[in-house]
Design a protein around this ligand. Sequence first.
Ligand code: R5P
Length: 306
Amino acid sequence: MIPIVIQALPSSLSEARQIAARLGVTSDEIAIHKFPDDEIRVTVKPAAAVVIVYAPLDHPSDKLLALLLASDALRQGGARRLVLVAPYLCYMRQDTAFQPGEAVSQKVVGKLLADAFDRIVTVDAHLHRTHDIREVFPGIEADNLSAMPAIADSLRATGFDQATIVVGPDSESEAWVSDLAARLALPYMAARKTRHGDRAVEIELPQPEAVVGRPVLLVDDLVSSGGTLAVCARALAAASASSIDAIVTHALFPPETMDEFARAGIRSIRSSNSISHFTNAIALDGLLAQALENEIGKITPGTSDE
Ligand code: R5P
């Protein structure tokens, strides 16, 4: 059995290949067949002693089930260690029952994945009331990497106005915004957000005077409907920011949302490739490969000949 391979869910093979090339290992696609009744058949490639499964968890309903089936097939095939690389982790925002009767999805999904994998590597997971990613995945190893160093490198490479202020749309964004601002030696501000519904949010800038006549870099972990970013941009434009550009780790929104962003005054939007998206501008393969390097050392002597 070969010691280590990467296997990727369909649509993520090119990102998986970039990581595999950095690690010097092979990569393959996990095949998924959808039956007429919407059930799926998952077919993995031959297992290695260590299998790294690459799967950004957008479209979670389909992908979570595919991962559970793939994990079982890989274990049946002899894999001894399964590492899930999910640069975007779904279901992290419901970390409590906001209303009586609501399922705490972060806990449920965390346990499902912890039962199926030995280690989980992710990027900028949305942890609010949960402070440590290891609380989400009981009993296994888990790493929550930050895309901010890669985002800062990309901004340095493309250039940015030294008068820029970095703004986050809500209190949860403060960790990312303060980190990025410190890396670029820029000031920052985190707005206050009240959510009224899936697409309805209200945003208040604590010091609107701080953005007058200045370029703003709007930063968030995740853009889903785009409501948060658009409402925040409107508040910044109303406060007379001179320009608004956005950078996010995880972009989930459809292309049509770009019109709304433009109307709100957003000049450009860039994302990391944690999810394959038309706004991708920051590659995470270097960050992820570095976090996976120790997997090569985890193969015990003799394993590769069995
Ligand atoms: C929540 O706190 C997150 O950081 C994002 O701000 C939020 O999930 C974005 O969602 P939407 O784009 O739907 O407003």
